[in-house]
Design a protein around this ligand. Sequence first.
Ligand SMILES: [Zn+2]
Length: 562
Amino acid sequence: MHDLLIRGATVVDGTGAPARVADLAVNGERIAALGADLGPARREIDATGLLVTPGFVDVHTHYDGQALWDPYLTPSSWHGVTTTVFGNCGVGFAPVRPGSAPYLIELMEGVEDIPGSVLAEGVSFEWESFPEYLDALAATPKAMDFGAQVPHAALRFYVMGDRGADHAQAPTADEIVRMGDLLEEALHAGALGLSTSRTIKHRAKDGRPTPSLTAREPELLGLAAAMRRAGRGVIEVNSDFAPGEFEALRAAAEVSGRPLSVLLLQVDDAPERWRETRAHIHAARAAGLAVTGQVGCRPIGLLMGLETTRHPFSTHPEWLALSALTPAQRASRLLGDAEIRRKLIEQRPDDAQTRWMSAMLPRMYAFDAAFDYEPAPADSVAARAAAQRSNPWALALSGLLAENGKGLLLQTFENYSAGSLDVVREMLLDEATIMGLGDGGAHVGTICDSSSPTFLLAHWARDRKRGERLPLEFLVRKQTRDSALAWGLTDRGVLAPGNRADINVIDFARLRLLPPQVAYDLPTGGRRLIQRAQGYRHTFVAGSETLCDDKPTGELPGRLLR
Ligand SMILES: [Zn+2]
């Protein structure tokens, strides 16, 4: 007698093999069998016409703090994710010296746009070492399995003190040894890797660049040597890929003998640079190194609404004059006062943000009912205004004021230089890439791309109109087996007997994203953007049902990966 039988499903097993109709049996935490006539079970699900996939594996999130207050790790758990890895991009909360928490919070606030007040309230900092942080994470069960990586910035600050926050400072030889020893200790305790940031986009709240920005070769290689000694872990890097950059990272990968995973995305300043990085990745793989590029499946989208971190009028004096009001009061003032609206539209403050917003009008889109994350450039705020011979700022304002002031604009920030997702399709098709730009838990007032697992399937296999689609089996593999293997997780990502029973049962015909929205559900009532989905009939983690008809069941079978 099996514990669970999912009967008559269209099985897409995570290997990329063609979909087939089969039954799936689960005993305890494991998949027992896949096939026909598998015998009786205590619970049966008739999955005729439904899709069954492995649970999704999202290796790029930032739930370092959220994991301590939110066992559901939303939005990810609303999107079929059953395993997540955080501690990415070099920022996180351990190791930490007594009294140093405020710096790590300000760094996280600056780099990942998570409100400092939320972190100060929600993160207890009852640890000092990384192993102690892992123990704190492991103390409460979650809705999915989760793993943490050692953030380079925290390691640097812990060992070098204030000098560690200054990227121009180099650690002494002794300090490099100390960092390596701490990293090795953390890896033995169960850290899944080391993450670092080398992008000028990442700045602390005070504007200083992220500490690891220009860490030089002796430091990188010292950390790499520690990874070799530990014999485990992945090196994750977010880099701008200036000249010589990949070579330095490749050297670290060679010294460590460990996998290297770098972010791969298209930036408007250099829309072809990602191809150079990809060529480096391929060359490294040809030389036997395990290197992957983490890609997204849609434009990295900055969401702008009256309640988000930024919007086209957020530095306008008329807007700032309303800052004492609640969000609802502000919206109703704007809706009811034509004179304020006129000033917002006609008076342009002379500041950097307004100039930037002005430049971005051709990349700004109203998030209306038809919005599908692959908008035609002719539908941008600038283009629509030109076609209607109207003021683009008026159009932007009416987008924000839609739905009683809850309207959103999306600015296609990255991966959209040519105004289509063909470039993303090319990235997805590349054998050296895995899914990894969702950033769940981060940028909570500006971005909500942690819903990407749902978008990947719905848009690319079914809904895409402005170009070729991709096979469903390929897309499932991309965010199951491929992402699991990149982190050495061999017990999941494929529906096969003996593997963990991490399973999604999806009504694929109905699978869709709901519009993003602003919620005030962080500690202290902090604000974040969330996005839900429809079509997840069941999600199972280690054989326990965590989601039923798109709603959490309350089961928390997820454990710390060590
Ligand atoms: Zn990140």
